[in-house]
Write a protein that binds this ligand. Structure first.
Ligand SMILES: C[S@@+](CC[C@H](N)C(=O)[O-])C[C@H]1O[C@@H](n2cnc3c(N)ncnc32)[C@H](O)[C@@H]1O
Length: 183
């Protein structure tokens, strides 16, 4: 039981480390880590003295528990809370920063794996997130988002200004870390 739950949790990879570098550098105040997985981003944020509180969210209850465990090991759980939610369904409040390493690849058919399957175009989860995020950003708040050249994103029609802050070429795709603000 436990091993099958653990096996479903995304093991930090190139995309995680790309985002983590900018979480460590940029976030402050109140932070939402959407799709927390192992909790790598949430804990990196919570370790920063200028971060007041971190909310770690995942649709997978096993991931929420993994993030809680990582936070306890790092002795930062006192400034965090953990929510099982499909995007913003169970989330309240507004945040100065949101970070999301989403499922960003197009579906391949067969069994859906929420760690990477972003729907038919690969953009479905990201676009739902961008729509919901508007109600949960503080004025002047920012989002750090990972996406792939395999799917791309259109943020402007959703009312965001997007600036790529780092890109990383891999064997079959380029990963982007972007900062988005409401325009
Ligand atoms: C690529 S993994 C990223 C995990 C971790 N944040 C990292 O950087 O390594 C994507 C995560 O998003 C979660 N996820 C997928 N769809 C979601 C949704 N609709 N709402 C919340 N979390 C979701 C998955 O369960 C998975 O943990």
């Amino acid at each position: 039981m436990r091993s099958s739950c653990v096996a479903s949790i995304y093991r930090p990879a190139e995309d995680s480390y790309l985002l983590q570098r900018h979480v460590e550098r940029l976030v402050e105040g109140s932070v939402l880590d959407m799709g927390t997985g192992s909790g790598i981003q949430a804990v990196a944020a919570a370790k920063k003295p200028n971060v007041r509180c971190v909310v770690a969210v995942d649709i997978d209850p096993a991931a929420v528990e993994a993030a809680r465990g990582r936070a306890e090991e790092a002795h930062v759980s006192h400034k965090m809370c953990f929510i099982n939610s499909d995007l913003f369904a169970n989330v309240e409040g507004r945040f100065d920063w949101m970070v999301f390493n989403p499922p960003y690849l197009p579906s391949e058919g067969g069994v859906e794996d929420r760690t990477w399957d972003g729907g038919g175009t690969g953009r479905e989860t990201i676009l739902r997130f961008l729509e919901g995020a508007k109600e949960h950003l503080t004025p002047g708040g920012s989002i750090l988002l990972i996406y792939s050249s395999e799917a791309g994103i259109e943020a402007e029609p959703y009312g965001y200004k997007l600036v790529v802050i780092e890109e990383k070429r891999l064997f079959f795709e380029t990963l982007y870390c972007a900062r988005l603000t409401l325009s």
